[in-house]
Design a protein around this ligand. Structure first.
Ligand SMILES: NC(=O)c1ccc[n+]([C@@H]2O[C@H](COP(=O)([O-])OP(=O)(O)OC[C@H]3O[C@@H](n4cnc5c(N)ncnc54)[C@H](OP(=O)(O)O)[C@@H]3O)[C@@H](O)[C@H]2O)c1
Length: 357
């Protein structure tokens, strides 16, 4: 039996998931929720660059929640962390398992007051919530944790990500959510009330908390030393113009503190030009474990040689993470699920039943 999937939001990531759902033999598309009027009523195949599926996109939440489906994959744009909790609670209470690509790696990090509503919704609907994705989702919660498995002791783990945001098409996401185009002299990225920090800090704090939990310690706090870099010249991008002197590269840095020292660092370079990078062709990820012994990994994702689409390997990798997580979220008891340390791709996907719990 194929898992029946509803795709919620069809931006770059949602579209990659939608394609993968249409293409994958172990899953079947049940419905598509979109935010934009222009996409409502269109066939999912058309949105995904695939033949017609007979599934039409809708903006009607009630219509979506009435569908028979095993799981909803939520790929909506992030806002202040937790801003989709109301929608999540509705989906879960309607009896749909839910995978989000916007955090929720380790909900136990948050106080009960934040998570209780989601727990209640899971209980009411007999459903499970799971975070998936690359970062958050994979590089810290799974890859770095696995890398530490050869160390008798770990002093510190740094994860460095380099993400080219120049092809982002949604101006609101690029400028408001990620802070590109802001005047570096007029904003302080280490002020937690700055818009992009409100969206990103909580999500990556939780990611570090998830890794700390895997390593057997708890974080006392997370501190930031985010840095904004200015554009050397005007830049014309699909989402709009970044003028010289405004933010063209942000190095977001979160440090997980435990026992009075930095034990974990997440350093993400989001950039639309490379003049402030040490290496103009950085790997997607570098994981540096300092310990006994240390481990250094660099990781790049590579598109399938037959794939001539404009979609990136990263977009397909998010989709792969989601697809491989579906059997786990469906098998789990109701509640907030923490990802298993590995969710490999499986040839026996269709018949595979992961252990519950
Ligand atoms: N975990 C990971 O590794 C990972 C990796 C990349 C991105 N992400 C997250 O995935 C999210 C989507 O990324 P993307 O690259 O697909 O973005 P995108 O291409 O800019 O697409 C924006 C998406 O937001 C939807 N949207 C429009 N209005 C919205 C609203 N009011 N509330 C919520 N969503 C709204 C759009 O819906 P329509 O369907 O109507 O277009 C579209 O699907 C981002 O927030 C990002 O944080 C996670």
């Amino acid at each position: 039996m194929a898992y029946r999937v509803i795709q919620w939001a069809t931006g770059a990531m949602g579209k990659a998931v939608l394609r993968t759902v249409i293409d994958h033999p172990g899953v079947e598309l049940a419905g598509v929720y979109v935010y934009s009027d222009a996409k409502a009523g269109r066939d999912a195949g058309e949105l995904a660059g695939r033949p017609p599926t007979g599934v039409l996109a809708t903006r009607d939440v009630d219509e979506i929640l009435a569908l028979d489906a095993d799981v909803v994959v939520h790929a909506g744009r992030i806002g202040p962390y937790g801003c989709h909790d109301e929608d999540f609670a509705r989906i879960l209470a309607a009896g749909k398992n839910l995978i989000t690509i916007n955090g929720y790696s380790h909900p136990a990090y948050w106080p009960q007051t934040r998570t209780q509503k989601l727990r209640d919704a899971c209980e009411a609907g007999g459903a499970t919530l799971l975070g998936a994705g690359l970062n958050p989702g994979f590089v810290a919660e799974q890859l770095a944790a696995v890398a530490s498995g050869v160390c008798a002791s770990v002093d510190h783990i740094q994860i460095t990500e380099a993400a080219d945001a120049s092809q982002v098409r949604d101006p609101r996401y690029l400028f408001e959510t990620l802070g590109f185009g802001a005047d570096p002299a007029a904003c302080d990225p280490n002020d937690p009330s700055w818009g992009p920090s409100v969206s990103l800090n909580g999500m990556y704090e939780e990611t570090l908390a998830a890794l700390a939990c895997r390593l057997g310690f708890a974080l006392d706090q997370v501190e930031t030393d985010h840095v904004l870099h200015p554009a050397p010249a005007d830049l014309e991008l699909p989402a709009g113009v970044i003028t010289a002197g405004t933010v063209s590269h942000a190095n977001w840095r979160w440090h997980g503190i435990a026992g009075g020292r930095r034990r974990l660092t997440m350093s993400i370079h989001w950039y639309v030009e490379t003049s402030h990078l040490d290496d103009p062709h950085p790997p997607l990820w570098a994981v540096a474990v300092t310990g006994h012994p240390g481990v250094n990994l660099t990781v790049d994702l590579v598109k399938h040689p037959d794939d001539k689409s404009r979609m990136s390997a990263e977009q397909y990798a998010v989709a792969g993470q989601v697809i491989n997580a579906i059997p786990y979220v469906v098998a789990a008891p109701p509640g907030l699920l923490t990802r298993p340390i590995a969710t490999p791709a499986r040839d026996d996907y269709v018949t595979f039943t992961p252990p519950a719990g």
